[in-house]
Design a protein around this ligand. Sequence first.
Ligand code: URA
Length: 269
Amino acid sequence: MVQPGSISDALRFYADAGIDEVIGDTPVDRFKESRTVAAKAATSRPTAPKRNRAEQPPAARPPTAVGPAEAEASARELAAAAMDLGALRSALDGFDACPLKKTAANLVFGDGNPNAEVMLIGEAPGADEDRQGLPFVGVSGQLLDRMLASIGLDRDGAYITNILPWRPPGNRKPTAEETTMCLPFIRRHIELVAPAVLVFVGGTSAANLLGRSEGITKLRGRWFDYPAGDRMIAAMPIFHPAYLLRQPALKRQAWADLLAIKAKLAERE
Ligand code: URA
């Protein structure tokens, strides 16, 4: 008999562990799956001739996970080899070193117009983005769309992506290692889109791409030069829409930043 408290306790336990959505209609017994795989492997393995103890080979070690430095080096190599956005997406599809990839449902690559003058870069996909494979489609994405509309832009007039292409489980903050190993991909993404203006949406995006330690309150509303290949791109950090939803009083400053971005784009016309 299930005790009344135990269901809510179980749900709380799941939520704390980052399990915050149902992705299938029927439960999957992963223990059974791995028992079946192990049993199949045992029956199909050819039996080795018996050796005496001294001849036994050392016990097989589990495959070693790629370390962060190696992962970053491999990301740098893969990203540099990508000559267009399709190739960059394929490179990310084939990059297995980031642990976030294992728990995400989809790769979230980008959305909007890659020929647009302005490119926006957020932090990482959330649950809605992970489900749809598109950036900024949840509640904060809807606010971002309204922010863009206020300066006459939509997804045909802007290109949107994130510094991390996979959702961190339970929307936790990405670790420094996860971010560092994915940075070569977003840096190459910027080079390939080559926008006139970059907008870093939120502190994580701004700090990592500018290599700065200040928080978003200090960075927002200021123009920085972002080096992309052989040119500099004008880049402005703005408050993340999820932050604005929690702190609506900051919308005033966000509005000033949007007007500055609009003016920068107008200078180019
Ligand atoms: N927050 C982000 O930073 N990116 C998204 O795509 C969604 C929410």
